[in-house]
Write a new protein. Structure first.
Length: 224
């Protein structure tokens, strides 16, 4: 709780994955991947309850043993590769009759968070109670990025690239390790990647595990 506002942590951890079988419960440094998100949420001084959403009984049982809300299986229509997190979130909130002021999304594929990072993000969110998302200062300038259409380079941004480097504006890329929203304001049209308030993190936390190669690389990182 933060200043009498109740906070729910939501961790989506479905069993299926196209690129890595059972990714969320695959062992990472000796523990199932999703448990890193649970650990951080449980240790936060502001998170009141933690809910894991999954189509795996094994994941849900382990989450319950760790202190999360006892939950039932996520429906099949919310468990496929095309299922949206916002839809699963809305389902779980209604299904479990959850009443909280804020909801914090912690994706299992971003295990390199710290409790301090999470708590500071929550504090920043409550400065305005405007939707928040973690971002990282980008090293690349979008002015120099192109797509290829019909064999020709096409600008991503419709601006002149004849700009001095000292005149560049800082740009930031979304790092989806922490999202915070007003639970009463989200609906099926909410796009979480369009959250407004930036919470800037260090580039050492820029780890998103989606492939076997990501697992191998992240094993060597020393972020946590």
């Amino acid at each position: 709780m933060f200043k009498n506002k109740k906070i729910l942590a939501f961790i989506p951890a479905r069993a299926g994955s196209k690129r890595v079988v059972n990714k969320n419960k695959r062992l990472f440094r000796g523990k199932p991947l999703f448990t890193y998100s649970v650990d951080v949420a449980m240790k936060s001084k502001y998170i009141d309850k933690v809910l894991v959403s999954s189509d795996s009984l094994e994941i849900l049982e382990l989450a319950y043993q760790m202190g999360c809300i006892k939950n039932s299986l996520r429906p099949e229509y919310l468990s496929g590769d095309k299922a949206r997190i916002i839809d699963a979130m809305l389902y779980e909130v209604e299904h479990n009759n959850l009443e909280f002021d804020a909801i914090v999304l912690l994706q299992p594929t971003s295990p390199f968070r710290t409790v301090d990072m999470l708590d500071k993000a929550i504090e920043k969110y409550f400065e305005t109670e405007t939707s928040l998302i973690t971002v990282l200062k980008a090293k690349e300038q979008p002015l120099f990025m192109r797509t290829i259409e019909d064999g020709k380079l096409t600008k991503v941004i419709n601006s002149s690239s004849d700009v001095r480097s000292q005149d560049f504006r800082d740009v930031y890329k979304i790092i989806g390790s922490i999202y915070i929203n007003n639970l009463k304001l989200i609906d099926k049209n909410t796009v979480l990647n369009e959250n407004e308030i930036p919470f800037v993190i260090d580039d050492k936390f820029d780890v998103d595990i989606d492939t076997i190669e990501d697992f191998v690389k992240a094993e060597k990182e020393i972020c946590i």
